[in-house]
Design a protein around this ligand. Structure first.
Ligand code: 8DG
Length: 150
């Protein structure tokens, strides 16, 4: 296989969509975090997560990343959407999982920032791979209009 095609093999990424729910189960705010300094797209807002390590399931990778980055322990996670994104730096397969239960105090272990958001999102700028997620939320919630600032 040529180097170029090997480079474009998607890297699997586990992404957590932490959502608050009220007593009736209705979904409310969701968590965005900013990408830390030193990473590609530093300062852009995204959903927390990271790449799978060898032998991990998506849930295991998500639980590990949220512990490492945010200091929280998650309960169950629920497969929601998948998306392949082609960036100049990488081709990634994003596995978005919704999470409703977690324990612990949020700690910004990578000096990132966090924001509990609703539509339209105030955090700016958002990562290209985040925009489809906002559109899925809009569809689920019957929200119309821009989901974020350009
Ligand atoms: N965490 C996360 N990554 C996303 C989202 N949308 C999106 O396109 N990506 C892309 C950006 C990166 O190319 C890739 C995630 O890789 P990363 O560099 O953040 O993962 P990592 O924490 O494992 O990083 P590292 O150990 O390799 O530094 O997925 C998203 O909502 N959350």
């Amino acid at each position: 296989m040529s180097g170029a095609s090997t480079e474009r093999t998607p890297v699997d990424v586990a992404v957590g969509v932490l959502v608050e729910r009220d007593g009736t189960g209705r979904e409310g705010r969701f968590l965005l975090t900013s990408r830390p300094e030193g990473k590609v797209y530093a300062g852009y807002w995204e959903f927390p997560g990271g790449k799978l390590e060898a032998g991990e399931t998506v849930h295991e990778a998500l639980a590990r990343e949220l512990w490492e980055e945010l200091g929280i322990r998650i309960g169950e996670s629920f497969a929601w959407q998948e998306l392949v994104m082609d960036y100049p730096h990488a081709r990634v397969r994003l596995h978005f999982r919704k999470v409703y239960d977690w324990t612990g105090e949020f700690q910004m272990r990578e000096q990132q920032a966090m924001a509990w958001e609703s539509l339209p999102v105030a955090s700016h700028p958002v990562l290209p791979g985040t925009i489809p997620v906002l559109q899925w939320f809009a569809a689920e919630r019957g929200f119309t209009g821009p989901t974020h600032r350009d």
